[in-house]
Ligand binder design. Sequence first.
Ligand code: ADP
Length: 276
Amino acid sequence: MTAHPHLPLTAEPIMGTPLAETHAEPLAPPALSLAGVTKRYRETLALDDVSFMVHPGELVALVGPSGAGKSTVFRCLTRLVTADAGHVAVLGTRLDDLRGSRLREVRRRIGLIFQQFNLIGRLSALDNVLAGRLGHVSTLRVATRLFPAEDRQIALAALDRVGLLEKAYQRADSLSGGQQQRVAIARVLAQQSRVVLADEPVSSLDPSSAANVIGVLRDIAREHRIGVLCALHQVDFARDYADRIVALRAGRLVLDVPARHFDDAAFARVYGATAA
Ligand code: ADP
């Protein structure tokens, strides 16, 4: 097998981010990698030769103005769209040629967190978290909702980890936005994902709930060696909570730096005259 020129065989950091400065695990394969990814929608070049990685244990914030290509990165990583050029890999498995059951199997390993929580409102917090175990239990058990005791233990432990054990039997739609997002985090924990894609997870929350949710995401990334890629509108949260910030502008990667290096000059480079 020949190596793609953009895909290093070792987990070398790109654009000069020393791994020691993040919470990454240098010897493990990257949780996520994009190598020379280009994606065009008709006449729009949405991604232009974009390469970056997310290592196990780190929270990487993906920032950039509206239209920069953040959603397209997420769509490529879940193979909702196929890149025109370049490669995308999840936990060392390249998605490019996968189809059918093999693609579904890789997708199951990706935990997803959305802006609008995507919980089933009439179900309890616990049942929503148990939904994260669906890939681990038989169809018959799913149909009868007879989850093994072990799954319930895993789900309850996940709720406990996000501070919501006492809400386990409460309907999801009776919880606050911040609590619902923490249930969604518990769901990816119960799913035992090593990779999480979080698409604007705190955009609909008040600042203090948002800080709480992003803090929990960062902490579980470190504790469980999960690689988290988190699209964020709020650069302040990215600076305060992310290990690294990857910035796109008009489809091009313009920065990949430790979060504390994202200063006003970096902000201007990414957002320029556009609104953040
Ligand atoms: P972001 O998530 O950063 O706002 P997107 O990935 O949604 O950016 O969009 C990147 C570019 O691709 C934008 O110019 C957008 O208008 C364009 N685009 C996104 N989706 C489509 C589509 N389905 N068809 C045509 N153009 C699209």
